[in-house]
Structures are given as structure tokens and as C-alpha cells.
Design a protein around this ligand. Structure first.
Ligand code: ADP
Ligand code: MG
Length: 341
């Protein structure tokens, strides 16, 4: 479709991979047991049935999880939207854990094709039969069979997994069109795959959690209306209170430290309003974790702490076009630390 355009890329396109994550049953306090596989789907007993280790639950996160699970249970796919580092992927994993089905994770990328999702011919097997017994009548038979490997989407849909399609708007709209029949008719069309059957029915328990950044982010395609019409979009934008709790508990720092780190990020966002995207839980966690590990006090006037903030944030300020040089970005970060409370 000609109207579909790619938003100009400001970022380097990170290479995305599609990953299947099997989460084993685990006690909440036990270490996470995550393995990434590309071959076999998760057997049922290894489903994402337990919450992630270290996922910080607050009233706000629990409320959002409850609403999302409610939609999914009624058969409606959900779409988590919010800026980078808002906590979408972590939340999607948590929602999937609540559903208690095996989990498949796809990460959108502009190179993803229908073949990746539906499957394809991955080679041929030839079997040769030579009958040496009857020497005079030398008999040779060769059978050639094309090997069909089903795509990740087909397996997930047939077996009733919960599918997280992370950053789906990084894939081309024409690839994502496939999801229209899945959501509307609950079948996966297999056109163009050389398969005898023309479609695969979708398992009743198959659910999809889409995530995406807002359109103004670089490297994403405009989301097609026909697909968006079929999703229930929930915004992930946690309050300051929840965000500080996530930093405090995940990085295992004091409440006042988490507050101070978030204060730096807020100041910086104020300084460079046009560079939307600086208020990221990810950056806050990086600063708090590095400072804690290095035993650096999180307070103003501490040069080491200022340096950590500059290291984590200067590149982000430049990336989001808050300024054009690292040097200018560094002074902006320094000012944000000095003014933080
Ligand atoms: N409730 C939470 N508890 C613990 N860590 C969280 C929580 N929400 C987000 N995080 C962490 O914050 C960082 C950014 O979250 P992520 O889900 O990757 O953001 P997004 O997908 O929106 O870019 C990750 O390291 C993630 O593990
Ligand atoms: Mg994410």
C-alpha cells in the first residue's frame, strides 16, 4: 500500500531477533529460569506460569495487569503503548505469566517476512535406495521431499500460546496484515507457502499482547487502522510513585536514592522538552544500579555520581535530539543533577 510510509529513522536500527522464552515454574524468590530457544515451542509444563523474578508490583501495575487479563480472557488482543523504557515489555511478560499458557515472543523488525511467521521450505531430504542384491538389474530409486518448517506464529497459534509481539510497528504493515485474519476469522491463511491446506485454525486459548512505541519514535511504521481497530490499546505510563518504587526495589537502593535519581531524569526532561523519551525507567535503573555497585553516593555535589549520570544520559540526550554534541549534553545532565532534590 503506497500510503504506508516509514517514519524517518533517527536511530540506528538495532538488530532484532525473534525469541521464544520458556519460563519454568519457579518460586517467586527463586532465580529466574529463562531460556531462549528458537526451535521447539514450550511444552505446557514449562509455561509462563509464574511471575518474573524482581517484577515490582504496585497497586498501579496490578490494576493494569487485571484489566489486560480481563480483555485477553474475553478473547480480545491487547496493545500496550508507551514511550521507550516505560515498562511495556516487562508488563507484557507479567500479563502472559498470569494467563499461564506457554509463551512465544516475537520482536518486530523491518526484515520480518510472512515466511518467518508462517514457515517455509528449509531444505530437501533425498532418500536413495540402491538394490545391490540383484547385480544384473541395478535398481536405484531416489525420493526427494521438501522439508517444511512451520513458522513461530503457526506453532504458537495452533498450540494456544500467549504471543507477545513486542514492538510490532517495527515490522512492515504488509507483514502485519497477516494478523487481520488471525484476529477476525481466527485462522492463519497459508497462501504463498506451498502447503496443501490453505489455512490453520487458531487454538481457542491463543492470545496476543502487542506492544509499541508512539509513532513519533524512529524506525517504526505507521500502524494500520484495520489492525488497530481490532486491538484494545492500554497506555503504560506509570506515576512517579510507581516508577520510584520500581527503581528502589529492582536496583535495591534506598527510597531517597530512587527519588533522587528520578529527580535527575525529571529535571533533564524539563531542560530539553523537545527530546521526549528521557524519562525512562531503564535509564533510572542503570544509574541506580551502577552507583550502587560502585558504592557511589547518589547525591548532588558528588562528582562520581554526576559522571555516572552523564555516562548514562548524554548519549540519550543526543539520540533524542535534545542537543547536537555530547559535550553540550553533558553540561545539561550536570545541571539536572545540581538542581535535583
Ligand atoms: N514493574 C517493574 N518491576 C521491575 N522492573 C521493571 C518494572 N517495569 C519495568 N521494569 C524494568 O524497567 C526497564 C524498562 O522496562 P521495559 O519493559 O523494558 O520498557 P519498554 O518495553 O517500555 O521499553 C527494564 O529493565 C524492566 O525490567
Ligand atoms: Mg520493550
Amino acid at each position: 500500500m503506497s500510503a504506508q510510509k516509514q517514519v524517518q529513522s533517527r536511530r540506528t536500527a538495532a538488530s532484532s531477533r525473534n525469541e521464544s522464552i520458556n519460563k519454568k515454574r519457579q518460586q517467586k524468590s527463586a532465580p529466574a529460569n529463562k531460556s531462549q530457544q528458537s526451535a521447539k515451542p514450550a511444552p505446557k509444563k514449562e509455561a509462563a506460569q509464574q511471575a518474573q523474578k524482581n517484577y515490582v508490583e504496585t497497586e498501579e501495575t496490578n490494576n493494569l495487569i487485571k484489566r489486560a487479563v480481563r480483555c485477553l480472557t474475553s478473547g480480545y488482543p491487547i496493545h500496550l503503548t508507551g514511550r521507550s523504557g516505560a515498562g511495556k515489555t516487562a508488563l507484557a511478560l507479567e500479563i502472559a505469566a498470569q494467563k499461564g499458557r506457554p509463551l512465544t515472543v516475537l520482536t518486530g523488525n523491518h526484515e520480518m517476512t510472512n515466511e518467518d511467521l508462517l514457515g517455509g521450505i528449509t531444505g530437501v531430504t533425498s532418500t536413495k535406495l540402491v538394490d545391490n542384491y540383484i547385480r544384473q538389474v541395478y535398481k536405484k530409486e531416489v525420493n526427494i521431499k521438501e522439508n517444511w518448517t512451520p513458522g513461530r506464529l503457526v506453532e504458537a497459534a495452533e498450540k494456544g500460546h500467549t504471543l507477545i509481539y513486542d514492538e510490532f510497528s517495527r515490522s512492515r504493515p504488509e507483514t502485519n496484515n497477516l494478523f487481520l485474519s488471525i484476529l477476525e476469522e481466527r485462522v492463519i491463511p497459508l497462501y504463498g507457502t506451498k502447503q496443501k491446506k490453505s489455512y490453520v485454525p487458531v487454538h481457542p486459548e491463543f492470545n496476543i499482547i502487542f506492544t509499541s512505541n508512539p509513532i513519533e519514535y524512529a524506525g517504526v511504521f505507521e500502524k494500520q487502522d484495520a489492525l488497530m481497530d481490532r486491538l484494545i490499546t492500554l497506555e503504560v505510563a506509570f506515576t512517579q510513585k510507581t516508577t520510584e518504587m520500581i527503581i528502589q526495589h529492582k536496583a535495591e537502593v534506598k527510597q531517597k536514592d530512587a527519588k533522587f535519581v528520578w529527580g535527575v531524569l525529571k529535571n533533564l526532561q524539563e531542560e530539553v522538552k523537545e527530546a521526549q523519551g528521557l524519562l525512562s525507567i531503564r535509564s533510572g535503573l542503570m544509574i541506580a544500579t551502577i552507583a550502587k555497585q560502585a558504592d557511589v553516593a547518589m547525591e548532588k555535589g558528588n562528582e562520581e555520581f554526576t559522571q555516572i549520570c552523564q555516562d548514562v544520559l548524554s548519549g540519550e540526550v543526543v539520540r533524542f535530539e535534545g542537543t547536537d554534541t555530547f559535550q553540550k549534553a553533558s553540561s545539561l545532565v550536570k545541571r539536572a543533577v545540581e538542581n535535583a532534590k
